[in-house]
Each structure stands twice: as C-alpha cells, then as structure tokens.
Design a protein around this ligand. Structure first.
Ligand code: PLP
Length: 397
C-alpha cells in the first residue's frame, strides 16, 4: 500500500502497482497530510513540493495548468473555476482604487459588466474603446491607466484587434496588456509572441470542448504579477474542482483535431450562408468581405476560427422561426462545444444593452452567432438552408 499515513477511519490506502495508469488519476482530496510541522513549513516555503489544501492547489489543476502553459508558451499559470474567475482574478488581483483600465468595447458581456459596474464600485475607473484601432486606445490612456483588456477576435461581430498597435501602445505607456484568447485559442494565436503581459482563457469553451466543464486560466509573463493573480484567486476561492480539471484534460487530448475540423466547417458554413437569400450579411474573419480580413490573415496565420456570425433579413419573427426550424442545433449561448450551437445576442449576451447601442455595434434582432461544431458539413448546411427558408417565410407572413 502506497499511503504511509492512513487515517484510522480510512485504513485502506491506494493499492501499489508496478505498472502505471495511462490516464491521469483523479485526485479529489481536499486536504493532504504532511509528515510534521517542519515538513509543512518546507512545503509552504517552496523548499519541497507538496499539496496542502485543494483551494491552494491540487494535482489535477497543476496538470491542466502545465498543459495550457505549454500551449501558450508560458509558465506558472493558474487554473480557475471559470473564465470569469480568471478575468476577475487578473483585474481585482492587480488593480487598486484610483487605477484606470481601458477595455475593448466588444468584450464578453460579463467582462463588460465587471468593467462597467463592479470595478467602478471599488474605485477603479474604466473606459471602453474600439480595439480594431490602437489610436482609439491611445486617446483613452490616462496617467493612472494600469491595464488594457482585449479579446483578439471580438464577440459576436468577430472583429480582429490591432494587436501589434495595442502591444506597442502598452509597451510605450508601461501598462499591462491583458489578452482574453478564448475565441482564438493558442492554436490560432499566441499573444505572448506580440508582447502581451497576461493571457486569459475560458477553458469552458473550445479547449475543454464538451460543454461539461466550467473552467478558466490566467498566466502572466512576470512571476510577481502571476503570484498576485494566484493569491487573489486562492483568497477569494476562485480556484477549480479536481473533477472539472480532470474532464478538461481529457478534452485537451482531442483539442487539435476538434479545432481543425470546427474551423474547416466554419469557413465552409460561412460561404454557404453567404449564398442564402434570407441572409443579409455574413461575418467570418478570413472572408474577403470581412472588414478585418487582411489583419485576420496576417494575425491568425491563415487560420480563421470556429465562429461565424450572420444577419437574417427579418427581425425577431424571422429569428424565432430560424431557431425553431434549426433541427439538431442547440439554441444555447455558449461556444466551442462538439456540436454546433446558435446564440442570439439580442436575447442573451447583449440583452442588457439598449437596442440603439446594439444596432450601432451591428447586432439587429436578426443577428446570430454560430459556434460551429464537428458535424458533417453537408448535413450542417442542409439544416441552415431549411432554417433560413423558414425565417424567410416568417418574415413575409
Ligand atoms: N471570455 C470570453 C471571450 C467568453 O466568451 C466567455 C464566456 O462565454 C468568458 C470569458 C467567460 O468564461 P466562463 O463562462 O468560463 O466564465
């Protein structure tokens, strides 16, 4: 038996084996027993490696962090209980009252809420700017600006940030450049290579990939910055459960294959949608008619992403008819699942915005964002054709 310190109530320890498991073992233990106060001191001082309490760290989180570190070309990242936990740990772990942050104006809805409502409540001021134009960010920078937060490809209009311009600006002004790389994934883009200081992921999405895990990740270039993020996450309980980490790691095994298939499907679906009469416009970063096509090609190395957005010619009635006729596609506001999902920003992620603001950002009642999955592309196109025809009929009723 391997365990040298079995407890009285759990006398049976894990059986020894000369052979080793092929799959990472799940380690749900919340506490880890140490040999003595001296050893515990040595653990906390970092002189020996040992776990103490799961909120502070556990083997399954470390395995996931090491895999993500390798994907991003980083080290020492922390896994969190959700993507928003990662965003929160980065912002609240590093900023203080009086500081100022500039964020992209099309960030994920909850990141926008954090910036618009929660940070200001704590005395941290925020400004939003268009990340496709670094000059807009330059205008927003103040002496007390400490951080820029952007997503490389924005949700849901799939605009591509001026990464080089923003990295240059952050460097010149001495502010931290934080990149939420969820949409692009490390396969599409590696922010540290252009000079990002911190990279964030919602691992919930493509990386884990099966809609059965909620998890996030944050990694900083600088070890002291990373420690502040880690300490805030541990203090406020933003750290993850072993089972979620274990499931996410299983998802990583197929990430490359899923990414390639989903991206190929998305590019083909975008072209298909563009030919449907009920569709007014299609947004896909590497299509010639996308406003940032040239930048997308340069930044993403010829790759696109698994997301396609499009606008039906009709309004809410057409949108309702579309989702009802889209057999086999989940109308669900998430992304990165093995199956294709449809999201309608006006009734979900962007419902808190006024109709005018949504319209200014190009999100009408007929606007959809599609997270393209791994289905047979022929079958997928058929479902979209049928749903678009239903939308057109509803519109003309
Ligand atoms: N960042 C982006 C770009 C997202 O799309 C999301 C969620 O959709 C998040 C962060 C938040 O991630 P989570 O839902 O895992 O908290």
């Amino acid at each position: 038996m391997r365990n040298s310190r079995p407890s009285l109530i759990r006398p049976v320890a894990f059986p020894d084996s000369v052979s080793t498991p092929v799959v990472t073992p799940l380690s749900p233990s919340v506490v880890y027993a140490s040999d003595s106060p001296d050893e515990l001191d040595a653990q906390y001082d970092g002189d020996v490696q040992g776990y103490t309490y799961a909120r502070e760290g556990h083997p399954n989180a470390d395995v996931v962090a090491a895999r993500l570190d390798a994907m991003e070309g980083a080290s020492g990242g922390v896994v969190t209980g959700s993507g928003m936990a990662a965003v929160t740990a980065v912002m609240m772990g590093l900023l203080k009252a009086g500081d100022h942050v500039v964020g992209g104006d099309q960030l994920y809805g909850r990141s926008l809420r954090l910036m618009g409502q929660d940070l200001p409540r704590m005395g941290i001021e925020t400004t939003l700017a268009d990340p496709t134009d670094a000059a807009r960010f330059a205008e927003a920078i103040r002496p007390e600006t400490r951080m820029i937060l952007i997503e490389v490809v924005s949700n849901p209009t799939l605009r591509v940030a001026d990464m080089e311009g923003l990295a240059r600006l952050a460097r010149e002004k001495g502010v931290l450049l934080v990149v939420d790389n969820t949409f692009t994934t490390p396969r599409g883009y590696r922010p540290f290579e252009v000079g990002a200081d911190i990279v964030i992921h919602s691992v919930t999405k493509l990386l884990a990939g099966h809609s059965d895990v909620t998890l996030g990740y944050a990694v900083a270039r600088d070890a002291e910055v990373q420690k502040a993020i880690y300490d805030f996450a541990v203090t406020t309980g933003l750290t993850p459960s072993p089972f979620d980490c274990w499931l996410a790691e299983r998802g990583f095994a197929t990430f490359d294959l899923r990414f390639e298939r989903a991206q190929d499907n998305a590019a083909a679906l975008a072209d298909h949608l563009a030919g449907l009469p009920a569709v007014k416009r299609v947004l896909y970063p590497t299509r010639d008619d996308h406003p940032d096509a040239a930048r997308a090609r340069a930044l993403l190395g010829g790759q696109g992403c698994n997301m396609v957005s499009f606008e039906l010619t009709g309004g809410r009635a057409a949108a309702n008819a579309f989702t009802r006729a889209a057999d086999g596609l989940a109308f669900a506001p998430t992304l990165g699942d093995v199956g294709t999902t449809l999201s309608h920003p006006a009734s979900s992620s962007h419902r808190a915005m006024s109709a005018e603001t949504r319209a200014a950002l190009g999100m009408s009642e007929g606007f959809f964002r599609v997270s393209v999955g791994l289905e047979d592309i022929g079958e997928l196109c058929k479902v979209f054709t049928t749903a678009a025809e239903a939308a057109q009929t509803a519109q003309s009723d």
